[in-house]
Design a protein around this ligand. Sequence first.
Ligand SMILES: NC(=O)C1=CN([C@@H]2O[C@H](COP(=O)(O)OP(=O)(O)OC[C@H]3O[C@@H](n4cnc5c(N)ncnc54)[C@H](OP(=O)(O)O)[C@@H]3O)[C@@H](O)[C@H]2O)C=CC1
Ligand SMILES: O=C(O)[C@@H]1CCC=N1
Length: 270
Amino acid sequence: MVFIGGAGNMAGAVIGGMVASGYPADKIVATGRDKEKLKAFCDRTGVHGSTDNLAAIEHADVVVLSVKPQVMKELCESIAEKVSARKPLVITLAAGIPLAAYQRWLGAGVPIIRAMPNTPALVGTGVTGLYAGDGVTDEQKSVATQMADAVGIALWVEQESGIDQVIAVSGSGPAYYFQFMESMIDAAEKAGMDRADAERLTLQTALGAAKLAVAADVDVAQLKRNVMSPNGTTERAVKRFQEGGLPELVAQAMGDCAARAAEMAKELDK
Ligand SMILES: NC(=O)C1=CN([C@@H]2O[C@H](COP(=O)(O)OP(=O)(O)OC[C@H]3O[C@@H](n4cnc5c(N)ncnc54)[C@H](OP(=O)(O)O)[C@@H]3O)[C@@H](O)[C@H]2O)C=CC1
Ligand SMILES: O=C(O)[C@@H]1CCC=N1
């Protein structure tokens, strides 16, 4: 399996998670342009590295594309001849680029899967949304499912637009939680708590809440009520969130996120 842009944030997290879960590191090649960054990544994970995309994909059955959306067209055009001749399975991790664009850039008939992972893949707790284009076999779909399963959970979507919904929930989602944690840490520090203590307590609380929510047989609304004693401290805090419009703000932010994915598609599908 070859990851183009393999030492980057997203592919690096997927590769790190795959290797940690037992996928053989010597079956993975990561490519990049920055030799030092690539070497450090390969030393850390045990995967092979290459600064030559064409040489790296020469015999590959699966090519994962993980460069920034803005440079994806240029990258695809640079590998198109080789890819359209051999037709390996191409899995793209990029946000905001429709399958139709890859078909134009890489040539018709190349099997393409859009995958939308998230960075918690690195710790085996990722979410990957998946969408398969025409001509992708069940065996190829199962390769993508295996990659996703190795680093967390997978969800296949029926429509390509489902990928934009996945971006709004889980692709970008970790940043929403990091933002919330950052705000809690800042507020606790401002209120007089040592920053390191504030960080420790905030992160453990986030971890505990997420673990409890996953393990519980009641929904998150009930778990929230379980923390709220009538006329107690939590009720006061939650009332402030609700009066301040947090639910609407979250919905707006997620809407903005999905809208940006659609906007990127218009900018980049050329
Ligand atoms: N970050 C995230 O949370 C998520 C990102 N994504 C998607 O993943 C993709 C990558 O994003 P992210 O990892 O954040 O970005 P990064 O910039 O961290 O990684 C991109 C990598 O691509 C490499 N690269 C650029 N051009 C080339 C090239 N021509 N040949 C080989 N390697 C190249 C860069 O390495 P070098 O500097 O060595 O060239 C860099 O390491 C994007 O398309 C994004 O939409 C999807 C889901 C979540
Ligand atoms: O912010 C971005 O565009 C990428 C896609 C999802 C997460 N990061």
